[in-house]
Design a protein around this ligand. Structure first.
Ligand code: CP
Length: 302
């Protein structure tokens, strides 16, 4: 894994993924280690972020590394017309590792091809969000005690949701059953269903979820992302299509945990927050330990 970029979750093998999960647990037990002392990590966020950026920066600080970068491309020379290629060439001369979020699908792969240092994809458009997936896997492992043979329900925006695309690919290594719940406009794209077909993984598609969540081990809620719609009327039609309420959890399994990559808008009512099955805030905390594990592995420090 040393020196490898992480652009798509499929860049990591099952063994490498399990290694990250184990290492994240080690970092959770002992989060303050000076492993990144003397290392500079560039944090290039061309799109807004709270959790991904701040959990990376927290991880870097706790490991005694340094961060350079920008949180808004309008404060970079992109506004003067500098290309992504030139930006990456420059920044790879300044840093040991680049973490990048960008609105264009494929931009992370392109950046990794231009860079002399590894690139970690912190989300590229509607494509992939592999570090979110690794923290999701760590969260699933912590709450279920296994990643194998789980019944995973993915709810909401399955068309543009990069977190569900990456999670689907990673969980396919662990013999899951998937249930996809979305309006017609936001169904899981065919390419991901063909991927599951090729692996012999079972999946079912639904438009309602109230009657079926009693079977779920993991209920992974997602936000309908306004920023992915070119037509606001289309967004208005689907924005409130699913709202999870506490009363809907009465007949669910004891081991059920509700995950959400966050931010939420209103797809999980706040009355769910105090239910012991609500796990999304701890899931976000797990991002710090998982990103410590990812950076330490890629830099060959663990
Ligand atoms: N989950 C996630 O990517 O959140 P942010 O957009 O706040 O980074």
């Amino acid at each position: 894994m040393k020196g490898k970029s992480l652009v798509s979750i499929s860049d990591f093998s099952k063994e490498e993924i399990l290694g990250i999960v184990k290492l994240a647990a080690d970092f959770e037990a002992n989060p303050n280690q000076p492993l990144l002392k003397g290392k500079v990590v560039a944090s290039l966020f061309f799109e807004p972020s709270t959790r991904t950026r701040l959990s990376f920066e927290t991880a870097i600080n706790r490991l005694s590394g340094s961060v350079v970068g920008f949180t808004d491309s309008s404060s970079s020379s992109t506004t003067k017309g500098e290309t992504l290629k030139d930006t990456i060439k420059m920044v790879s001369n300044y840093s040991d590792l680049i973490v990048m979020r960008h609105p264009l699908e494929g931009s992370a792969r392109y950046a990794s091809e231009q860079s002399d240092v590894p690139v970690i994809n912190a989300g590229d458009g509607a494509n992939q969000h592999p570090t979110q997936t690794l923290l999701d896997l760590y969260s699933i492992y912590k709450t279920q005690g296994t990643l194998e043979n789980l019944n995973i329900f993915l709810v909401g925006d399955l068309k543009y949701g990069r977190t569900v695309h990456s999670l689907l690919m990673a969980m396919s290594l662990f013999n899951p059953i998937f249930n996809f719940i979305s309006p017609d406009e936001l169904k899981m794209p065919d390419e991901y269903k063909l991927f599951l077909d090729s692996k012999g993984i079972r999946y079912f598609e639904h438009s309602e979820f109230t009657d079926i969540i009693s079977e779920a081990d993991i209920l992974y809620m997602t936000r309908v992302q306004r920023e992915r719609f070119s037509d606001p009327i289309e967004y208005e039609k689907v924005k409130n299509v699913y709202v999870l309420r506490n009363s809907m959890l009465d007949n669910t399994k004891d081991n059920l945990r509700i995950l959400h990559p966050l931010p939420r808008v209103n797809e999980i009512h706040t009355d769910v927050d105090d239910n012991p099955k609500a796990y999304y805030f701890t899931q976000a905390e797990n991002g710090v330990y998982t990103r410590m594990a990812i950076m330490a592995s890629i830099l060959g420090l663990k």
